[in-house]
Design a protein around this ligand. Structure first.
Ligand code: HEC
Length: 144
């Protein structure tokens, strides 16, 4: 009987500890920043490269550069998330107009948008904070 009780306590303790580990791993960590950038790169190569180019330099008068863009590496993540969700058309960026259209990407998941924005915010000469799926989810919910 004692052995059974001890066994049960051990199982409960194991389950509690395991649960705590799952909660801890949900927080962004340097490892998850790296993973997000890697996944974002894959997505960039298939969804964004044709217009914004492999070096993020864009195409003059057609598609804006993402490398060095104050909007891309800035603090206003909401505007960035909205640009990817809803697209952009006829908006002057840094004293330049672009004749192509930024297509909407509503079909991408919150995590995919977070990954691709984290990638462009941390590529070429850009260095900025991570965009999380939770941030994309909140912006998407407010702009339905
Ligand atoms: C069909 C071409 C095209 C594709 C594909 C495209 N974009 Fe764009 N993007 C544009 C154009 C054109 C603009 C500028 C629109 C304007 O000025 O009104 C733009 C603007 C942006 C901006 C705003 C830049 C700034 O300085 O404010 C961001 C950020 C951006 N795109 C990210 C992306 C990401 C990420 C993807 C892939 C998920 C993507 N774009 C796919 C054409 C494209």
């Amino acid at each position: 009987m004692k052995a059974i009780k001890f066994g049960l306590i051990a199982i409960v303790a194991f389950l509690l500890l395991n649960n705590q580990n799952t909660i801890a791993s949900a927080q962004p960590s340097p490892a998850s920043l790296k993973t997000s950038i890697a996944r974002g790169k894959e997505l960039y190569l298939t969804q964004c490269l044709a217009c914004h180019q492999v070096d993020g330099g864009g195409v003059p008068h057609l598609n804006p550069p993402l490398d060095g863009s104050a909007n891309v590496k800035g603090k206003d993540k909401i505007k960035l998330i909205l640009t990817v969700l809803n697209g952009l058309k006829g908006v002057e960026l840094e004293d330049e107009t672009y004749s192509a259209i930024m297509v909407p990407h509503k079909e991408l998941t919150d995590q995919q948008i977070a990954d691709v924005l984290t990638y462009v915010r941390n590529s070429w000469t850009n260095k900025a904070s991570q965009v999380t799926a939770a941030e994309v989810k909140a912006v998407r919910a407010k702009n339905k």
